[in-house]
Design a protein around this ligand. Structure first.
Ligand SMILES: Cc1ncc(COP(=O)(O)O)c(C=O)c1O
Length: 406
């Protein structure tokens, strides 16, 4: 495994290796060029950086803590497990890091309206929150299936003053919500900022979202060095579109000895047709404006994804992950619905922490890896969000598990 020559930024065409780019209708090209220029100016603007840092600290509660999962470590009897607590952010997940960044950028660019897509609802809630804070209008597109699964988050968005638009096409999940958001953006580009919730979409979104999320890894790296005086042996994060994972991994990309593992949703199993394991089972193609891996059939038709976790239930993935997979720097693996449910139960019962179903996929992998490592080793896991939003899905899932074992 080597990162010699690893490209950490998109090139001029917005490519990470052969992945990424801009595959959009002509009508969006100017909007993307305007966004890229606005983003680069903001990055170089001291006042923008200061305001973003202020909000991340005073409003969201950063730095989030690093928690040593002592009971879990003891019961597994292998490596020490540390959790990077993005669940303790305001609104309950890492999504707020990116929405604060893009929200401030929208305001700086003079846009009055935000649109967003959401799966689990965490990005929708974070977008609605930032819109309320910054005095912007907010409309959130959400698949009908996710509206059903994430009722609590729909109510939260409405309470925050956002309009939630249920999407009834396709599998009525995140892919379809994203299609609808792009369709809306095409006809409202003048006054509307599209606040994408993951490291996906056309250039410059994947690079921009990573920049707003890299605070996760930068903080965790410094915190771990202070606590342990060393870097971790393994870093693990779940991968939906890939924003919490890229935010965590970026800080460690050039530390060759640190193994990086992304965990996709295997749903009912990667050998069934009910999973969301895009990098594991997919192939290169274009979805939502960029070239990356996706789940598709032999005719290039996008296949439906499945996961118990609404935030991982997406047939695409950010282009930088496709690049990191092909370069061999990051290992991508999977956890099933069942393994995620067991991980939720384990973390609740042993540490008193209720993780989001998304994050539970990373925990499931950590439980396996830590068991096979020595006491001297350190495993760092991104706990991307809290599980309050998922309690109903978890209850039903656990009932199903118990029924199966009866
Ligand atoms: C808590 C949590 N973790 C992870 C994800 C997956 O997104 P990403 O891969 O962009 O981090 C989501 C998406 O909704 C989420 O809510």
């Amino acid at each position: 495994m080597s990162n010699v020559g690893l490209q950490e930024k998109a090139d001029k065409r917005g490519r990470f290796g052969s992945f990424g780019g801009r595959f959009v209708p002509e009508t969006l090209m100017n909007a993307l060029l305007e966004l890229e220029a606005g983003y680069r100016e903001a990055l170089a603007d001291h006042a923008f950086q200061t305001e973003l840092r202020r909000l991340l600290t005073e409003y969201s509660g950063r730095p989030t803590p690093l928690t040593l999962a002592e009971n879990l470590t003891r019961s597994i009897g292998g490596a020490k497990i540390y959790l990077k607590r993005e669940d303790l952010n305001h609104t309950g997940a890492h999504k707020i890091n990116n929405t604060l960044g893009q929200g401030l950028l929208a305001k700086r660019m003079g846009k009055k309206k935000l649109i967003a897509e959401t799966g689990a609802g965490q990005h929708g809630v974070a977008s609605a929150t930032v819109a309320a804070l910054l005095g912007l209008e907010c409309r959130v597109f959400m698949g009908e299936e996710d509206v059903r699964r994430q009722r609590l988050n729909v109510f939260r968005m409405e309470l925050l003053g956002a309009e939630v638009v249920p999407v009834s096409s396709g599998t009525r999940t995140l892919k379809d919500a994203t299609n609808e958001a792009i369709r809306h953006w095409v006809s409202h580009v003048e006054d509307t900022f599209y606040l994408i919730g993951s490291a996906v979409g056309p250039h410059p979104y994947p690079e921009m979202v990573k920049m707003f999320q890299r605070v996760i890894g930068d903080e965790a790296r410094a915190q771990l060095l202070e606590r342990e005086g060393r870097l971790p042996d393994e870093v693990i994060a779940c991968v939906g579109g890939g924003s919490n994972a890229i935010g965590m991994f970026t800080a460690f990309l050039s530390d060759n000895k640190v193994r990086l593992t992304g965990v996709e949703a295997a749903g009912a199993g990667v050998d069934t047709d009910r999973h969301a394991a895009t990098l594991t089972k997919g192939s290169p193609g274009v979805l939502h404006g960029s070239l990356s891996y996706l789940l598709q059939n032999e005719h290039g038709q996008v296949l439906p994804a499945h996961s118990i976790s609404a935030g991982l239930d997406y047939p695409g993935v950010g282009p930088e992950h496709a690049y990191l997979k092909e370069s061999g720097r990051v290992r991508y693996t999977t956890a099933t619905d069942q393994e995620a449910l067991v991980a939720v139960q384990t973390l609740c019962q042993q540490e008193g922490i209720l993780p989001a179903l998304e994050s539970a996929h990373a925990i499931a992998e950590a439980l396996k890896l830590a068991a096979n490592r020595s006491h001297q080793d350190v495993v760092l896991v991104c706990l991307s969000g809290r599980g309050d939003k998922d309690v109903e899905s978890i209850r039903q899932g656990l009932e199903g598990l118990h029924d199966e074992s009866d």
